[in-house]
Design a protein around this ligand. Structure first.
Ligand code: ADP
Ligand code: MG
Length: 754
């Protein structure tokens, strides 16, 4: 007689045997998707404390339960007999609890002792100041104790062992097998979950395997039903590995199928532009020829990749990754010009005003260097633009932000917005650069052909779509730039529907930045200030970044003002600048200009300088309270120095109050490579929280880990994309289709609408 199921997890299974939900055909009952739906509908009315507890923690269905996989296993075959334990070894022993006692020999000392035994002998276990152990150890319960065997007063004992309750007095699931040990879920104890899972598996029919045989065999994956069974109740511990591998593959596969379908859908539903690329159209070549440096191999390769995309009749969706300072701007400008040379307009959207202005300046400068656009000059009304400037020999580049509208022929004073909007609409502006102001009502392009979005992670997918909508009737080509490299495995999941290009080579002559982490107390601050003094004395400049104040630009600005005041006293002989988000745009610009021209020695700033600022003469980056910053912010900030020929340093001043903060600083000191740092960051934070569950498929990765399991990820991605290419609607693979739809839920629902 199997033990009678008790509680929610088991009752879900009773329902499953006589399904009253859904049509209940054989295939359906057997599929994961079916198990999922039945569970969702059934568990709600079950009531009971443990059922509620499971639901609360997200275990609402049989599939959820099946994916609550063991935290560890106790392999009874590996276990020492009680009469064989030896002094000094670390081991696991199993026995029934024969006796438990609690003593308080003196104040603030509680000793719990237990005697466990079985037919091979008995052993004393002892814990200090862990009184709760006594409450967990019921007499007669079977427990596994893991710890060190010691000798005390001539007798062997196990000291402060970790405890796994294997079975209560009545249950015998934990006898004679590899015993799965589960994480408790609310009121559902590990033993309860074990029983629930045991029943779930015993009573369900074999779970169908929708994965084509060829894929299974190609990757030596075991059958799904076997995998699910073996991950919970392996007959040998060696079965666990392959079982987990199969389930991990499944998770990635589902996600990648959804991404492949997303990509497919986008391509099918869009009308692209076939841009004119290659020799004869001139603008890109002229631009590159006019640059004061030679492209790196990586820049050239990526420009070629993009150019191929642009020449195709369907729209590009490409992610451009590259280390800070690797020269992505040049790539972006070449992309923009490819569109412009065919008579289209281009848009560049940046996440902040400062960055938009930087891009505007940068693009104007690059183009002016190649004599392709008018250099900024005196005040001219837009309508006075000489004809030759708007008809090809000079490009019109405009800036549009919340506060600002200007065109590159006019520097002082502000262009009237309406005037600018009119010139965007009539097509005379070739390149429009700006913040999200670009996607607001009222901005209409005549022929938008290329859009570049910088720093995707600050914009949602929604904004991407809105920018594309600015081109009526066609889909402009889209290049997304991330200023922070993300691990390749992450780009495969998070941005998995995009193609990826990497500028994986730095311009020549870059020197690595020396990074140090000093305590604020003691000589740290003094030493840092001394460094600044020395560098300025030798003709360089420095940044001082003030503490991050989460959620309050005002307080942050105030702290920058205070630091500025303090440093004026510390460095009376130096010229200091102050930059924060609360300054009016014209002021910000003046401060930046002065720093760029080398008139300011030290720029005291908030994180507004995080992105895009390019002053090669700056050689010190001092970050106060550095532990409060995120890893990518720190890396970005550090990327502001080391851009010139001279050795630079980054000083992280902090007394970390959190363990994660300390780990971040440590990683910064150790790694220069942004990809490595990004991986480290992922490790510290856990992938679930990196971008929030909302945006990604990460909440669906319960077993798989994108760093640890990257090989499975790569394999699953390849298979998923080729499957979807062959069978775009998954009509030949209805179970996979159903599984993706049901298990990934609302986020992918749109894929299945016709
Ligand atoms: P990021 O990838 O961080 O956006 P930028 O595009 O801002 O990098 O480039 C950083 C600096 O390197 C700029 O000053 C730019 O002019 C310079 N640069 C870009 N490409 C090259 C190159 N091939 N050789 C030398 N300098 C380059
Ligand atoms: Mg940049």
């Amino acid at each position: 007689m199997p033990p009678e199921p008790t509680g929610a997890a088991c009752r879900i299974l009773i329902c499953m045997e006589r399904p009253t939900v859904g049509s209940g055909t054989t295939t359906e009952v057997r599929s994961l998707a079916y198990l999922h739906r039945v569970g969702v509908d059934r568990v709600r009315w079950l009531g009971g404390k443990r059922a509620a507890s499971l639901c609360e923690k997200g275990i609402e269905s049989v599939t959820d339960l099946l994916f609550h996989i063991p935290r560890s296993y106790v392999d009874r075959s590996q276990i020492m007999r009680l009469d064989e334990v030896e002094e000094g070894v670390e081991t696991t022993v199993i026995g029934r609890v024969l006796r438990v006692s609690v003593r308080r020999p003196r104040r603030r000392l509680v000793i719990v002792e237990a005697l466990i035994g079985n037919d091979t002998g008995s052993l004393k276990a002892i814990w200090f100041n862990q009184e709760y152990q006594a409450r967990r150890l019921d007499r007669g319960a079977e427990v596994a104790l893991s710890g060190k065997i010691e000798r005390y007063r001539g007798r062997l004992q196990i000291t402060s062992p970790a405890v796994d309750i294997l079975a209560t007095g009545r249950e015998n699931l934990a006898v004679g097998r590899v015993v799965p040990v589960y994480r408790a879920v609310g009121d559902a104890t590990p033993a309860y979950l074990r029983l629930g899972l045991h029943n779930a598996l015993k009573r369900s029919r074999p779970i169908a395997d929708p994965l084509p045989i060829a894929i299974r065999e190609g990757h030596e994956l075991i059958d799904r039903d076997r995998a699910v069974n073996a991950v919970h109740f392996p007959e040998h511990i060696a079965e666990v590995g392959p079982a987990r591998r199969r389930l991990i593959f499944d998770e990635f596969f589902r996600l990648e199928v959804a991404l492949a379908m997303t990509k497919q859908r986008k391509m099918a539903g869009s009308v692209g532009i076939t841009h004119r690329t290659g020799a004869g159209f001139g603008l890109v070549e002229k631009f590159i020829a006019g640059l004061p440096f030679r492209l790196t191999g990586a820049q050239q390769r990526v420009i070629d990749e993009i150019s191929e995309d642009l020449a195709r009749p369907y729209p590009m969706h490409r992610l451009l990754q590259g280390e800070v300072g690797s020269g992505k701007t040049v790539v972006a400008v070449a992309t923009v010009l490819t569109g412009v040379q065919g008579g289209y307009q281009a848009a560049v959207m940046a996440p902040t005003e400062v960055l938009a202005e930087q891009h505007y300046e940068g693009v104007c400068r690059l183009l002016a260097d190649s004599s392709m656009a008018a250099r900024p000059q005196g005040s001219v009304s837009l309508f006075d633009i000489p004809a030759e400037q708007s008809n090809g020999s000079g490009l019109l580049v405009a800036l549009l932000t919340g506060n600002h509208a200007e065109v590159n022929v006019r520097r002082r004073g502000t262009t009237r917005r309406e005037e600018l909007l009119e010139r965007i609409a009539d097509g005379s502006i070739d390149v429009l650069i700006g913040t999200h102001a670009l996607i607001q009502e009222g901005v209409r392009f005549r022929r938008l052909g290329v859009a570049v979005v910088d720093e995707q992670h600050r914009f949602g997918v929604h904004q991407r779509v809105k920018l594309k909508d600015k081109a009526e009737g066609v889909d402009p080509d889209l290049l997304i730039m991330t200023a922070t490299p993300i691990p390749r495995t992450l780009s495969m999941t998070l941005y998995g529907d995009l193609d990826v290009s990497e500028v994986d080579e730095m311009p020549p002559g870059r020197k690595p930045v020396r990074t140090r982490s000093w305590s604020m107390d003691g000589p740290g601050l003094e030493k840092a200030q001394e460094t600044i003094r020395r560098e300025v004395a030798s003709g360089h400049q420095a940044f001082v970044v003030c503490p991050l104040v989460e959620g309050s630009a005002r307080v942050e600005a105030a702290s920058a003002v205070a630091e500025y005041g303090r440093l004026r006293e510390v460095f009376p002989e130096l010229s200091l600048g102050l930059l924060h988000g609360q300054l009016p745009p014209s002021r910000k610009e003046a401060v930046m200009d002065s720093f760029r021209r080398g008139e300011t020695d030290v720029l005291v700033a908030t994180t507004v300088i995080e992105v895009g600022i390019d002053v090669p003469n700056a050689t010190v980056m001092l970050i106060r309270d550095a532990d409060r910053f995120g890893m990518s912010q720190l890396h970005q900030l550090r990327g502001r120095v080391g851009r010139g020929p001279d050795l630079s340093q980054c000083i992280l001043l902090a007394d970390p109050t959190t363990k994660d903060g300390a780990r971040r600083l440590e990683a910064m000191v150790k790694h220069a490579d942004g990809f490595r740092l990004a991986e480290e960051d992922l490790r510290i934070r856990g992938h679930g929280t990196v971008f929030g569950a909302r945006q990604s498929g990460f909440s669906d990765l319960r077993i798989a880990d994108i760093l640890r399991d990257r090989r499975e990820l790569i394999a699953a991605r390849r298979e998923a994309f080729s499957l979807v290419e062959e069978d775009p609607g998954l009509d030949m693979h209805p179970e996979i289709r159903e599984e993706v739809r049901v298990l990934l839920g609302e986020r992918v629902e749109w894929l299945f609408r016709s």
